[in-house]
Write a protein that binds this ligand. Structure first.
Ligand SMILES: Cc1cc2nc3c(=O)[nH]c(=O)nc-3n(C[C@H](O)[C@H](O)[C@H](O)COP(=O)(O)OP(=O)(O)OC[C@H]3O[C@@H](n4cnc5c(N)ncnc54)[C@H](O)[C@@H]3O)c2cc1C
Length: 400
């Protein structure tokens, strides 16, 4: 599947960061990570640091799947609001999921601190406004629940919102915790760090068949070589559905664009992450090189061609919505792109194993918060392989 249109900003900005060879002979190792996007890179990094011998393989160039297209807002707010998630998975698991995502933002920051330029990581507050008056009661319910459970949030009335942001909204939740990162850059930093510690990374290496044995897994590559390992971690992004016997994802198309760089660096209050209650929602962030990034207008995914054919019209709509809010910011479109992403019924990722696929773990951070989920997947799978199962892993298991 073509996961994204050809020219996402992060790929153009960073270019080809590192080169990795393709696999040209049979290899045996302890663990294989299939997929060298942000999820595979985080898994490999945690596993290598836990002392495992790891090989990572990818059919594309590393990071060039969805990761290169990601707008990379890091939010603890899952696509499913807390009050709805409670109805789906119960209060304990819902609250714990939100807590884990908060934790994940801080854990990603600690990792980014190890790399040059912090891989673009910057803490940013997050502001979710009610798109319509009729959304206010649910947003208020959400605010009360989050406050009750210890999340650092405040409630903004229309006057406060207008005075602070300069446009109208009937109410908003302001959260102190949020962040932005360059997911594509971080992926390469992580993979390079793994290589320095003895891991091997092969890109342009497509796995065409997986043989599951009692004590091992055997991956056959398109070039006819075998990768044999004690355990496989599938971090194949939205193409991972191919390896799961039941359907767990629904695919959507999503659209994003960035402005040309602008002279002023402070665009709005603390350059916070801005999003709204409407579905699909519009979201905004800024970049380190003084651009504004707008995304959203998601719709159902039919084919990469149909998705990409919509880029121009979606960009026009995104721009019109932006101009209504910030008429004084001279947003000129510089790059625009589209990507596919997957959602799940409850908005939570799938992490762990299934009996039909022995010696295999899945790291599937499906949803708008894929990157925070990837961090959780990496930690939880590493803990399981170290025989110290993570108590929270059951929340994201396939049989939840
Ligand atoms: C436009 C857009 C905006 C987004 N915004 C955000 C956001 O703001 N915040 C957020 O947290 N998330 C966001 N996401 C989601 C986030 O980008 C994803 O969750 C994340 O990039 C997924 O990473 P991944 O490594 O799992 O998948 P990928 O980056 O797609 O990596 C999976 C890799 O597996 C490889 N692979 C698959 N099958 C095989 C095979 N058979 N053999 C070998 N290799 C294989 C692929 O080639 C691919 O490189 C966004 C996504 C898009 C598209």
């Amino acid at each position: 599947m073509d996961l994204r249109s050809p020219n996402p900003y992060w790929l153009l900005k960073n270019g080809l960061i590192s080169n990795y060879p393709s696999l040209t002979q049979n290899e045996k190792t302890e663990l294989v990570v299939m997929g060298a996007g942000i999820t595979g890179a985080l898994c490999a990094w945690h596993l290598v640091n836990a002392g495992f011998r790891v090989i990572v393989c990818d059919k594309r160039h590393a990071g060039m799947g969805s990761t290169a297209a990601s707008t990379a807002l890091l939010q603890y707010e899952i696509d499913t609001p807390l009050h709805e998630l409670i109805d789906k998975v119960g209060e304990t698991n819902a609250v714990r999921s939100y807590e884990l995502c908060s934790y994940a933002i801080e854990a990603v920051e600690k990792i980014c601190r190890k790399f040059k330029g912090n891989a673009g990581f910057t803490y940013r507050p997050s502001l979710q406004y009610a798109s319509f008056k009729k959304h206010v009661p649910d947003l208020e319910k959400e605010f009360r629940l989050r406050k009750k459970h210890g999340f650092k949030v405040s409630w903004w009335e229309p006057d406060k919102f207008h005075d602070t942001m300069g446009f109208e909204a009937p109410a908003a939740i302001y959260s102190q915790l949020g962040a932005e990162v360059d997911a594509y850059q971080l992926t390469h930093h992580l993979l390079q760090s793994c290589i320095r510690k003895g891991a091997r990374v092969f890109d342009n290496t497509a796995v065409t068949k997986i043989n599951y044995h009692k004590k091992s897994v055997e991956l056959l590559t398109e070039q006819g070589y075998y990768l044999t390992a004690r355990h496989l971690i599938i971090a194949g992004g939205y193409e991972s559905q191919n390896y799961i016997p039941k359907k767990v994802e629904t695919l959507h198309s999503t659209y994003a664009m960035v402005s040309e760089p602008m002279p002023d660096q402070d665009f709005w209050f603390r350059n916070c992450l801005i999003w709204e209650t409407a579905e699909p929602y519009l979201y905004l962030r800024t970049t380190k090189d003084k651009r504004v990034l707008i995304g959203g207008l998601d719709d159902d995914f039919y084919s990469p061609e149909k998705r990409d054919a919509n880029i121009q019209s979606k960009s026009k709509q995104l721009l019109a919505q932006f101009k209504k809010k910030f008429p004084a910011i001279p947003f000129k479109i510089d790059f625009q792109w589209a990507g596919t992403f997957a959602s799940t019924k409850d908005g939570l990722p799938y992490i762990g194993s299934i009996p039909q696929r022995p010696n295999t773990s899945f790291a599937l951070g499906f949803g708008g918060n894929g990157i925070t989920f990837s961090l959780l997947a990496a930690e939880q799978i590493t803990a399981a392989l170290c025989k110290k199962p993570h108590p929270d892993m059951r929340i994201f298991s396939f049989n939840r």
